[in-house]
Design a protein around this ligand. Structure first.
Ligand SMILES: Cc1cc2nc3c(=O)[nH]c(=O)nc-3n(C[C@H](O)[C@H](O)[C@H](O)COP(=O)(O)OP(=O)(O)OC[C@H]3O[C@@H](n4cnc5c(N)ncnc54)[C@H](O)[C@@H]3O)c2cc1C
Length: 566
């Protein structure tokens, strides 16, 4: 870092470089650790030079910090703040040309005083206009893309400046191409329309009133914590999962708006991320929906949590891609699409390899029928011929049962060893809905009847470890789901038997805490699976990867995730 600092000092004045910067002072959550270095370039020219110096060095751009949380262990790298020096507004006809650091509130005031309409929806969104472009921030039916004519950007490596239209920025729901390119916005051109100043002011006042009555604006937060999942409202899911008012330390799910996590005073970033996980787990458990944070969470876990860290997790989910997905379902069990539907999505998403792994035949409600296994295999063969660009494999997600010698499930699975040979490989997990697996006790445990928890944990753990030792199981699916399990013990046996332990995108297990436990086991490898039950979910990996990143897992231990660049 000293060498980088030397180079930065050649470009910036001493007061533009802050070492060991307390990020709780630069983010709206007012929580979190320090960044090694925070720099505040004063114009595009300086910024370009800074970015060139930082090429290949971990760094991140910060606007007003209204959508960023830095973990308590701090950020190992350089934060580049686009701040006050980038704050200006000029009018040209009906356009407002704004420096990227200009606050949305300032743009709103200027738009109103100029009698320009179109910005009203955004008037109460905290943050800078550069951050709003990056996030495609929106509210009350409007989005930044609706009023953006173009943005001036500097490439992530500082090599060039260019101008991009909203279309070129591919602005979608809380996403733009900037998430992938890392280009930095320096100036924004907003296209508004002539309007009536009083009407504009009235509309802004009306929306502010709405916001102030519905959002806990008096507490530090980063706004809505989670993205809106397709077909749902995040806040409603959180509320319906019984999380309203839930707290960890001083972090609380707002009682006014369940989509907000607020800092009631002295919340740490760890309080906030733990609460986030609790909420994600409850929503997943009850509604099968994995909530993805809208807030950008960066940095490292604090010391102590770091004891469990076996490698260095870097970047965000957007820095990685999935190479294969070995856990997907079709109508052969209770998936919604055909084998071909799943394969087509896998090809579209650039996967090299997909396995169809419908539920084992012992499931009382939706296991694959034994009589259908030959058709299933024929379907896979057809796919292999029709789509040579992708490898398609036949698998099954066997149900783990108590191994009972002398019975059909002496091997602890709902398929016999001779049936296993029908498949390219098998994966296995614990599910309710089968005989001989303590379904009822586990169902009651997940519904709050915790009596006998320890003996249930013991027998569940033995059930799983027996199955692992008695069979050649490629992947242990969603361990920790649907009952109490001893994850460290299970992880140890997975490592012994060469079984991949799954971070499941649909079920929320392994949870971040479980990953931290599991990753202490040397030699254990992880796999991320979508567990897709609808074709569109094939290849989904980001929610699961986010947990791995939150846990600080060395991503090279996940066999099917690689850097987006290579
Ligand atoms: C009380 C509250 C209410 C909120 N309400 C809303 C709402 O209604 N709608 C909504 O969409 N959001 C809302 N938010 C979230 C937040 O205000 C927006 O996401 C905002 O656009 C973030 O801007 P920022 O400048 O603070 O960005 P930051 O939080 O600093 O950064 C957010 C992301 O943008 C990137 N970024 C920032 N500036 C630039 C730049 N110049 N060039 C490239 N990348 C950049 C950062 O790297 C980071 O990844 C709310 C937040 C709070 C605290």
């Amino acid at each position: 870092m000293e060498a980088i600092l030397e180079k930065l000092r050649e470009i910036l004045k001493p007061e533009q470089i802050i070492e060991n910067a307390d990020m709780s002072r630069h983010t709206s959550f007012k929580a979190g650790g320090c960044a090694d270095v925070l720099v505040c370039p004063s114009d595009a020219e300086q910024l370009q030079k800074v970015l060139a110096v930082l090429s290949g060095v971990p760094h991140m751009v910060l606007g007003n910090g209204s959508n960023v949380l830095v973990r308590d262990g701090g950020y190992r790298g350089v934060i580049v703040k686009i701040g006050d020096d980038f704050s200006y507004i000029n009018r040209e006809e009906n356009r407002l040309i704004c420096g990227a650091g200009t606050l949305m509130s300032a743009v709103a005031r200027r738009a109103a005083s100029e009698g320009l309409t179109g910005f009203e929806f955004a008037s109460g969104i905290p943050g800078s206009i550069g951050g709003a472009v990056f996030m495609n921030a929106g509210a009350y039916g409007g989005e930044t893309k609706d009023i953006l004519e173009e943005a001036h950007v500097i490439s992530a490596d500082g090599s060039r400046q260019s101008t991009m239209t909203a279309e070129e920025l591919q602005m979608g729901y809380r996403h733009t191409a900037l998430h992938e390119t890392g280009d930095v916005v320096t100036e924004v051109v907003l296209k508004l329309e002539e309007g009536d100043e009083e009407e504009i002011r009235n509309e802004m006042a009306e929306l502010a009133k709405k916001r102030n009555s519905k959002q806990p604006v008096q507490y530090p937060s980063a706004g809505s914590f989670f993205k809106r999942p397709e077909g749902y409202f995040a806040g409603k899911l959180v509320q319906d999962a019984g999380c309203k008012g839930l707290s960890v330390g001083d972090a609380e799910v707002s009682t006014l708006h369940s989509g907000f996590i607020i800092n009631k005073g002295n919340a740490t970033a760890t309080d906030i991320t733990q609460l986030k996980e609790l909420v994600q787990a409850r929503v997943m458990e009850q509604f099968g929906v994995m909530l993805e944070p809208e807030v950008r969470i960066i940095g490292e876990e604090p010391e102590g949590a770091a004891d469990a860290v076996s490698g260095e997790a870097v970047g965000t989910v957007d820095d990685y891609v999935m190479t294969y997905d070995l856990h997907t379902h079709t109508t052969y069990s209770h998936g919604k699409g055909s084998v071909e539907d799943n394969v087509k999505v896998a090809i579209d998403k650039g996967l090299e390899y997909i396995a169809i792994s419908d539920h084992g035949p012992g499931h009382l409600f939706y296991g694959i029928k034994r009589s259908e296994i030959p058709n299933f295999k024929k379907d896979i063969e057809r796919m292999t011929e029709k789509y040579p660009q992708i490898s398609v494999r036949a698998s099954v997600e066997a149900n783990i049962l108590h191994a009972q010698p002398g019975t059909d499930h002496a091997n602890g699975l709902d398929i016999r060893p001779d049936e296993i040979d029908e498949f390219d490989f098998i994966i296995a997990g614990f599910h309710f809905g089968c005989l001989n697996c303590s379904s009822v006790k586990n169902w009651m445990w997940t519904h709050g009847f915790k009596a006998g928890e320890e003996s249930l944990r013991k027998s569940n753990t033995k059930m799983v470890t027996d199955a692992l030792r008695l069979n050649d199981i490629a992947i242990l699916t969603h361990p920790g789901d649907k009952g109490p399990f001893d994850i460290p013990e299970i992880a140890k046996v997975c490592a012994e038997t060469g079984t991949l332990i799954e971070i499941n995108g649909r079920h929320g297990h392994l949870t971040t805490e479980e990953i931290k436990e599991a990753m202490k086991v040397e030699g254990l490898e992880f796999v991320i699976s979508s567990d897709a039950h609808t074709p569109d979910a094939v290849g989904s990996f980001k929610a699961a990867l986010q947990r791995a990143l939150d846990a600080g897992l060395d991503i090279s231990r996940i066999v099917n995730i690689k850097g987006a660049e290579g």
